[in-house]
Design a protein around this ligand. Structure first.
Ligand SMILES: [Zn+2]
Length: 548
């Protein structure tokens, strides 16, 4: 063959190969968007279903695959562990994130789950930056990167650093969160040394300002709140995070930023599937104050429904919904407001963690014969111990002593870090939840078992228990790969990335233990590569239980 003909043949062959790869890849979406709503309890979607509009939550409920019985199978239902769990597909025992902050025995101070002394904040803020350096495993975004020679692009946004940094994984192209005071978007030198132009322009055009001085009314025109500037508890002007952050306007602000990110980073237009995680923080900030059954949280759910409909509409215009898969979940739920639960004669209570902390230390001081702050922090129901104060004691003994002192102040039980490290839990459902809560990170600690409906704050409500009000969250998908239905069988937040990774044809994150939710996949996805007999039984085991 003459060189010229050979060249033509080679070009023809190469283009045939790339077309074949292209068509195989067309089965996958251009963009996956995971919406995580902070403190959005699993029962809200059913409670307000008939009041939602067409294109928001009902996109999942009417035209998607919705798992109504999704629960975290661990006890430490906080924001950082929840976000780590959702994107790594494993619990704290696999990803290491046990709390939002913990005691660092070397630095002798509390550190947050993402603060990283090797980094600095980037943007109109100063201070220590953040990175996923405490994660013990990788995320869905990291696996997408590995599988596509880093062509996939991965971003996460939230008002809170932990809720952006952990979902973006190690290889994320960007994680953005806000400076609490001003509301300006910032990041960390872990990702880049300066803000991209589009973020700087966003901040400089004072987009945060239009969310101040607004009134929040329900559908009957009743005033539910306002973002007029006010002073905080310390007498100083309250921050954007506090004032705007606890209203539906904060969700709009975040989605406004997410839209710009999609446009300027050209998500969904590259050669590989891109990933965007949007973690909406406002529901949690407000929910702690007013509780899940308040008219404010009701309105918040309806307002968010409207905002999401607008965002999905934008994605449809920009990328086309045939090219997008959506997933929806939450990092944890929340306990009923004790004040309200008590009116129904439930054994609910607001406990004073500060006073419990003092009582535990007094009891330990008496037992050990020396006055000291043995417990340095009671992040109810977790107690962080000061190893130095226990000088001469073994970890297991120190933690046992602290646990016994916790029983005396009303905890229903406790697990020590030393016991959890050895997998020493009873063979019960609850035992497993605590085994899943173990992390080798941080210093010595004890996880107290609270009594149901008791929270460790004197006002408002909280989460961080293994009870259903904290573990029950939505899990829903929308996109061509999913079989419409309401699935009432068992599901867990760790199933989210297991399912998406399987559909994308990539590895699940290294420590992922979730299940592929095969019952919710369209028949052709479901059957790909599986013998027919196997999937007919699986389908029989879990039929969609609801309306289309
Ligand atoms: Zn919270």
């Amino acid at each position: 063959m003459r060189p010229f003909r050979f060249l033509i043949a080679a070009i023809f062959l190469m283009s045939a190969v790339s077309t074949a790869l292209g068509s195989a890849y067309n089965a996958r979406p251009k963009l996956v968007v995971i919406i995580v709503i902070d403190q959005f309890r699993g029962d809200y979607l059913e409670r307000y279903r008939d009041q939602f509009s067409d294109g928001g939550f009902r996109l999942f409920l009417d035209r998607g695959a919705y798992f109504s019985n999704c629960n975290y199978d661990y006890a430490n239902t906080r924001t950082a562990p929840g976000h780590a769990t959702l994107l790594t597909g494993t619990y704290t025992s696999g990803h290491g994130i046990v709390a939002n902050e913990w005691w660092d025995p070397e630095k002798k101070k509390l550190v947050t789950s993402v603060e990283d002394d090797a980094t600095k904040l980037v943007g109109p803020a100063a201070g220590i930056g953040a990175s996923p350096h405490n994660l013990m495993t990788d995320t869905l975004g990291d696996e997408l990167k590995l599988a596509t020679n880093a062509k996939a692009r991965v971003f996460a946004v939230s008002l809170k650093d932990r809720a952006a940094v952990l979902p973006a994984g190690f290889g994320g192209d960007g994680a953005y969160w806000i400076d609490p005071k001003s509301g300006a978007w910032i990041t960390s030198t872990y990702y880049r040394s300066e803000l991209p132009d589009w973020v700087r322009n966003f901040n400089e055009s004072h987009r945060a300002e239009k969310y101040w001085n607004r009134e929040w009314k329900d559908s009957d025109g009743k005033l539910l709140g306002s973002t007029a500037p006010r002073n905080g508890a310390d007498g100083h002007p309250a921050s954007f995070y506090e004032v705007v952050g606890s209203t539906p306007f904060a969700n709009d602000y975040q989605l406004e930023f997410a839209k710009e990110l999609v446009l300027y980073e050209k998500l969904g237009t590259g050669a590989a599937t891109d990933l965007l995680v949007v973690s909406l923080s406002a529901n949690d900030i407000l929910g702690h104050q007013v509780g899940p059954d308040s008219p404010q949280m009701h309105s918040m759910a309806l307002e968010l429904d409207r905002s999401l409909a607008e965002f999905f509409n934008f994605l449809g215009h920009q990328i086309g919904m045939a090219n997008v898969w959506l997933a929806l979940s939450a990092d944890h739920g929340v306990s009923p407001l004790p004040e309200f639960a008590r009116t129904l004669r439930l054994p609910a209570a607001n406990l004073d963690a500060r006073s419990l902390h003092d009582q535990i230390n007094a009891s330990l001081s008496k037992k050990l014969g020396e006055k000291a702050d043995y417990v340095v922090d009671l992040d109810y129901p977790m107690a962080w111990l000061n190893e130095k104060a226990f000088a001469g004691h073994k970890e297991a003994d120190a933690e046992n002593d602290a646990g016994e002192a916790m029983l005396q102040v009303g905890f229903a039980g406790y697990f020590t870090k030393a016991r959890l490290a050895h997998g020493d839990v009873p063979p019960t459902e609850m035992g497993l939840r605590y085994a899943h809560s173990y992390s080798p990170e941080g210093g010595w600690y004890v996880i107290g078992i609270p009594k149901p409906f008791q929270v460790g704050i004197t006002k408002g409500t909280d989460h961080a228990t293994p009870f259903s009000y904290d573990t029950h969250v939505p899990l829903a998908f929308y996109g061509l790969a999913f079989q419409t239905g309401i699935y009432r069988n068992h599901a867990e937040p760790i199933d989210l990335v297991a399912t998406l990774a399987s559909l994308l044809g990539i590895n699940a994150p290294a420590q992922a233990t979730g299940r592929v939710l095969t019952e919710a996949l369209t028949p052709q996805r479901h059957s790909a590569g599986e013998p027919p007999a196997q999937h007919s039984t699986e389908r029989g085991a879990a039929q969609p239980g609801g309306t289309p």
